[in-house]
Design a protein around this ligand. Structure first.
Ligand SMILES: Nc1ncnc2c1ncn2[C@@H]1O[C@H](COP(=O)(O)OP(=O)(O)OP(=O)(O)O)[C@@H](O)[C@H]1O
Ligand SMILES: [Mg+2]
Length: 146
């Protein structure tokens, strides 16, 4: 669920639904501070703002899906570089959620959503826990990294 300065996702969700795909969006874990759950979302579902001001649906356990089961994940970012390194908002939510991708090349495909100006002119320095993206989409292009 995009925030003000991010690539808006509402139309992407509507298009995906129209194509018969099932969409899930992040919901903060009620107890574990840096954990996200992914909850089924249909356009029009009731939303509330979480502690970061991001809209999220109500967390119902039966509506969750585990991260390794997704086919495609569209993720926000602050900056990216030419090799698919990703700088987030500094909380490690996405790095934790997709840490299993460090061990094996598996689905889901991790696609960053970015404005052109978010590409760093210099390589970003990665920490051991940083999960690289498979591709990034900007309003002008989709770049596949590996
Ligand atoms: N898999 C992990 N297990 C434990 N801690 C982690 C993991 N991934 C990241 N962290 C911790 O999260 C903190 C923030 O990480 P980082 O600065 O890379 O966030 P980010 O990539 O900007 O955020 P996000 O992943 O939410 O987009 C770091 O202190 C790091 O130690
Ligand atoms: Mg990181």
């Amino acid at each position: 669920m995009s925030m003000a300065s991010e690539i808006p996702t509402a139309d992407l969700i509507r298009m995906a639904e129209r194509d018969g795909k099932q969409c899930y969006v992040p919901v903060l874990h009620p107890c574990q501070r840096h954990k996200m759950e992914f909850v089924r979302y249909r356009a029009g579902d009731q939303l509330r703002r979480n502690r970061w001001g991001i809209a999220q649906p109500v967390l119902r356990l039966q509506n969750r899906l585990a991260a390794p089961l997704f086919d495609l994940v569209m993720m926000p970012l602050v900056a990216f570089d030419q090799s698919g390194r990703r700088l987030g908002m500094g909380q490690g939510f996405y790095d934790r959620a997709f840490a299993f991708r460090q061990q094996a090349a598996s689905k889901p495909l991790l696609l960053g959503l970015a404005h052109e100006c978010q590409q760093s002119a210099h390589p970003l320095q990665a920490q051991p826990w940083d999960v690289d993206m498979d591709a990034v989409a900007t309003p002008l292009r989709i770049t596949r990294f590996r």
